[in-house]
Design a protein around this ligand. Structure first.
Ligand SMILES: CC(C)(COP(=O)(O)OP(=O)(O)OC[C@H]1O[C@@H](n2cnc3c(N)ncnc32)[C@H](O)[C@@H]1OP(=O)(O)O)[C@@H](O)C(=O)NCCC(=O)NCCS
Length: 385
């Protein structure tokens, strides 16, 4: 396989945004191409994700965005993998460049959800779970992850205060992210006094429904070296799968697909979990960050909650987790999330993350899961001097 590099990226502001998903997606693609320093005509293939595009009465966005970019003849593909859609799209693009099929690919994801309201958005999202067995039994995503949280609390002694510490940290990190959905510091009393959504989750345990888009341009080593001084390599791009339905899993305190993808990613890149300086992980709910940090090997099983409450995952701690604010506070426009994590790592590894910069960041990991982890992606990025 050839080495693959990130050469440009962009993300829109996340939150309640007036513009359509199509407008927002087009803009981030233009920005990422400009950031990469290439002409759109140099792109060999494009990969787009827009899982809930049908709520805007628009599917098949690829040809629309390519036409707007002035490259209607470039082949495009849409990749849907629930909340891990655009990281799955990135994996496909990685394969195209690593195999030598393509030299430069554009990967982008977008979602527009704010026109739906909480009830409709929850109903659409439920289609990403096992609809007849989970959604039709009345379990929404907050409910599914609440079950996971209760199991983790019971087995490992994870506490409500540990969950709260994840939310407080991620809200604090997002204060330094001008593109975040929420730029609002919260205290333990804000957390405890916020409404209960699904026990043990309060409002601040949950990610919001966000609008937003993100894009990244990747290239072969030859192209990357011709264009960039600062090189960021995708040292590994791995995917994994888990039993789809929560009730059918032997253990719900861990996500098998994420564990497998992370193991393969570390093995392929010859990097150890202890080498990671910065991690962007899928904290759709606070417990998900705790489990993610265990699943990818940053902390031993059962230790994720303790690590969070003791500040080991803060910027300046042992390993900075979700310096962007994560899905919790940066926001979660489903199909933009995977690529937005890569955007954050690219900024961290090129030293352009501003007030949330992690000191001497050389190696980063992105962990992104679809639904409750039926589909998972792990990417390791490394700064190359
Ligand atoms: C938690 C949740 C139920 C809250 O929805 P809601 O009760 O309808 O909240 P509203 O949209 O009416 O917002 C009420 C207030 O809470 C804020 N808010 C909404 N969701 C929030 C969240 N997740 N975190 C922090 N604040 C939030 C809003 O900004 C608003 O603040 P304001 O009054 O200052 O303007 C909803 O955000 C949710 O379901 N999140 C999970 C999404 C999900 O499942 N994603 C898939 C993951 S796999």
């Amino acid at each position: 396989m050839r080495s693959v590099f990130v050469i440009g990226s962009s993300m829109s502001r996340f939150g309640k945004i007036a513009e359509s998903g199509r407008e927002s997606l087009t803009k981030v693609c233009f920005d990422a191409i400009r950031d990469a320093g290439v002409e759109a005509s140099e792109i060999d293939s494009t990969f787009y994700s827009n899982a809930f595009g049908l709520t805007e009465r628009q599917a098949h966005v690829g040809p629309l965005i390519n036409s707007a970019l002035g490259i209607p003849g470039v082949p495009s593909v849409s990749v849907e993998s629930a909340c891990s859609s655009s990281s799955a799209a990135l994996h496909e693009a990685f394969v195209h460049v690593a195999s030598g099929l393509d030299d430069i690919c554009l990967v982008a994801g977008s979602e527009k959800l704010s026109h739906l309201g909480t009830l409709s958005a929850t109903t659409y999202f439920a289609m990403g779970s096992d609809f007849p067995f989970e959604a039709m039994s009345g379990v929404t995503f907050p409910g599914l992850y609440a079950n996971i949280a209760v199991a983790h609390m019971k087995r490992y002694g994870t506490t409500q205060e540990m969950l709260a510490s994840v939310a407080i940290k991620n809200h604090a990190n997002a204060m330094h992210n001008p593109l975040a959905h929420f730029r609002k510091r919260i205290s333990i009393s804000d957390y405890m006094e916020s409404p209960v959504i699904a026990y043990p989750f309060h409002l601040y345990d949950c990610c919001p429904f966000s609008d937003g888009s993100a894009a990244v341009v990747i290239a072969s080593e030859e192209k990357a070296r011709a264009l960039k001084q600062e090189l960021v390599e995708i040292a590994a791009s791995e995917r994994g799968g888990s039993v789809a339905t929560l009730q059918d899993r032997a253990d719900i305190t861990s996500i098998d697909g994420a564990v497998a993808a992370a193991r393969r990613a570390f093995s392929r890149s010859h990097i150890d979990p202890g080498d990671i300086d910065v991690a962007e992980v899928h904290d759709c709910f606070t417990i998900a960050e705790i489990i993610a940090t265990e699943d990818i090997g940053l902390f031993p099983k059962g230790e994720g909650g303790r690590a969070a409450i003791e500040g080991e995952t803060a910027i300046g701690g042992r390993v900075a987790v979700n310096p962007s604010g994560g899905l919790k506070a940066k926001g979660h426009p489903v199909s933009a999330t995977g690529v937005a994590q890569i955007h954050e790592l690219y900024e961290q590894l090129t030293g352009t993350a501003g007030g949330r910069q992690v000191g001497n960041a050389e190696i980063g990991i992105a962990h992104n899961v679809g639904a409750t982890g039926g589909s998972c992606s792990v990417h390791i990025l490394r700064r190359v001097r």
